[in-house]
Each structure stands twice: as structure tokens, then as C-alpha cells.
Design a protein around this ligand. Structure first.
Ligand code: 2PG
Length: 341
């Protein structure tokens, strides 16, 4: 029953840490032509061939289901196996919108800072870009900036399902947040908040101004702390350490959802997403140094036949290119159009 959807992934949801922001930029070319990772001073271009090379191969077995929303096909309404077998699912990654400490240029890490007005607008804009892409499950970090981003983005979604945060932290929380209508459940999207997706813990840099820290310790040292793979900032996490929990969570909890055909959105942070993208795109520890993610930029991957195929950032809800990627996405969009007209 639909309740299963709401409670299955919850076993692992927890409320701990945090992570966050930065001022840098990665630009992911729209569509599949070109990726450009821009750092403050760094630029790395990947050709189409290179992108292809870096797309992930995952040891995954067979059963996957449809990108099409089961609610839209009445025949699936009352079945225990709500989805048809299919080969693909959509994965949307989104870094949170600008936070108040991004704005002040402070190291944020696990400090739980909300979005600025600009961050709110970025999240809404991101939501418009993905408003025609199916979302069955949402994963966020335990931090408010990622959760705000996910929720604000979903206000723009045309399917109008209600994102609902799953509270599994105690038996009472589970019991008190139950939903007693199967139909209402079907019109909802479970949102799992997991500390493992939090920003890297920035140790003794948290709260310090990035520019002042560079003036004090030197630009190179600070760049190493911020972008190297295996050098941690003082008493903080390196990207490698961050990957150990973020990528493990992705593999253990999120990949199985994709394998079962669920379309997933992840709202998280600059570095937790860098580590996940490193895994998805098979970037080397050298390549990941140049990977920068802009705030509020959604990135689409198609999970198909055990592989992650990077599809760039949808430019807007009507961008024809996105829907040319897969037949299922096009069908979903068409059904939304029919439903909403
Ligand atoms: O301050 C932070 O938490 C992070 C992410 O915004 O900054 P950086 O760009 O240094 O990784």
C-alpha cells in the first residue's frame, strides 16, 4: 500500500548535522553537449565524449519501473505493485539557494542557516525549471537551507503533489504523523531528511569569513581546505570524509529507489553534492577540485539500465530538449498537459 512508500526509507532518516555553501560556480552546460566547471580561477571543460566516459556504471540488477506517475494512470490506483516495469528514473540534484552566510561569505558547514530572499527566489526559479519532471521521493539534508529549497521548489511543480516530511525519529513521531487516507498519500511526496547529506563539517573554519581566512592563512592553503579531495580543514571533514557518508547514503538508500523506478530529487549542499556527482560522473580526485556548484541550480540525471546519464540543467519548464531525453519524460509531460487543461 502507499503507506509503504512513506515509511520504507525512513528507517535511515535522522536529524543530525548540517553543511553548506560557498561562492563558487560550476556551470553544467544544458543538454549533453558540454560541461564547464568554473572555479574562482579554475575552468575545466569536458567534451561530450569525456562526459560520456564519466557517466556511471552501477552494478544494478533488473527491476525498474516507470517514470510515468502512477496516479495519472487509473488502472494502477489500487494495486499493491503500483508501477509498471520500465527502464529508467529521473534524478534531480539541487544545491540549496543562497543562505544568509553565503551572502556574508562565511564558512557555514554544519551551521544551520536559512536562505536569503535571493535564495528563496533561486529555489522558486529552480522549481519552475523542473516543474514538468516527475518527482516521487525527495531527499534533503537535515539542514533548513536544503529543506527550504526543496519545499519552495515543489511549490512550482505542476503535478501539485504535497511534499511531506517523514518523521521517523521516534515511535511516537511515526505514530503521530500517520496519514489515514490512501488517496491523500497518493497525492503526497515523502520527504526524507538525512544528516548524511549535510554539508561537509568545516571544523574550525565555521563562522569565519572566507576572504579574511585567505588573507590570514594564504589563498593556496584556503583553496586546499575548500576544494582538495583529501585534505581536511582544521578539525573538519575533507571531501573524502564527506563522501564516505554522503555517497554511502546515496548507494544504500537512494539508488534502490531509483532502481525501483522512483523519480528522486535530492536537495543538499555544495560539497555533499560534489561528492555524489564525483561518484555519478566518475570524476577523479583531481577533476573534482574544479567542480563548483551554483546555488539553486537543478541538475538532471537519467538512471537507465544501471547507468547515470547526465542531462544538464533544464533551462525551463518548456524546454523541449529535456523531454527529448527519454520517452517516459515526454509522456509524463504530455499527461500533465492533458490533466491541467
Ligand atoms: O561554507 C560552506 O559550508 C561551503 C559551502 O558553501 O563553502 P565552500 O565553498 O568553501 O565549500
Amino acid at each position: 500500500m502507499a503507506a509503504a512508500v512513506f515509511h520504507q526509507a525512513i528507517g535511515t532518516s535522522q536529524s543530525l548535522g548540517h553543511r553548506n555553501n560557498s561562492g563558487r560556480h560550476q556551470e553544467i552546460g544544458n543538454g549533453s553537449t558540454k560541461l564547464i566547471f568554473k572555479g574562482s580561477n579554475v575552468e575545466l571543460g569536458l567534451s561530450k565524449k569525456e562526459c560520456k566516459r564519466s557517466s556511471l556504471r552501477i552494478q544494478a540488477s533488473s527491476s525498474q519501473t516507470s517514470v510515468a506517475d502512477p496516479v495519472l494512470s487509473p488502472s494502477n490506483k489500487n494495486t499493491k505493485e503500483p508501477r509498471k516495469k520500465s527502464n529508467e528514473a529521473a534524478l534531480i540534484l539541487i544545491r540549496h539557494g543562497e543562505s544568509l552566510w553565503n551572502e556574508k561569505n562565511l564558512f557555514t558547514g554544519c551551521v544551520d542557516v536559512p536562505l536569503t530572499k535571493k535564495g528563496v527566489e533561486e529555489a522558486i526559479e529552480a522549481g519552475k525549471r523542473i516543474s514538468n519532471i516527475p518527482v516521487d521521493m525527495i531527499y534533503t539534508s537535515a539542514l533548513i537551507r536544503a529543506q527550504m529549497t526543496a519545499m519552495l521548489a515543489m511549490t512550482q511543480h505542476r503535478r501539485r503533489k504535497v511534499p511531506i516530511i517523514i518523521h521517523n525519529e521516534s515511535e511516537q513521531a511515526r505514530s503521530w504523523s500517520q496519514i489515514f487516507s490512501e488517496d491523500t498519500k497518493r497525492q503526497s511526496i515523502p520527504v526524507i531528511a538525512a544528516w548524511q547529506l549535510n554539508e561537509r563539517m568545516y571544523g574550525e573554519l565555521q563562522g569565519l569569513n572566507k576572504q579574511e581566512t585567505a588573507d590570514r592563512y594564504g589563498k593556496e592553503q584556503v583553496h586546499e581546505w575548500r576544494r582538495s579531495y583529501d585534505i581536511p580543514p582544521p578539525n573538519g571533514e575533507s571531501l573524502e570524509m564527506c563522501a564516505q557518508r554522503a555517497v554511502a547514503y546515496f548507494k544504500d538508500q537512494i539508488e534502490p529507489q531509483l532502481l525501483s523506478g522512483k523519480n528522486v530529487m535530492i536537495a543538499a549542499h555544495g560539497n555533499s553534492l560534489r561528492s555524489i556527482i564525483m561518484y555519478l560522473d566518475k570524476l577523479t580526485s583531481q577533476e573534482v577540485i574544479s567542480l563548483e556548484l551554483s546555488t539553486g541550480l537543478p541538475m538532471l540525471y537519467i538512471f537507465k539500465e544501471g547507468k547515470f546519464i547526465r542531462r544538464g540543467s533544464p533551462v525551463g519548464p518548456t524546454e523541449a530538449g529535456v523531454y527529448a531525453y527519454t520517452r517516459n519524460l515526454a509522456l509524463y509531460r504530455q499527461k500533465l498537459d492533458e490533466m491541467l487543461h
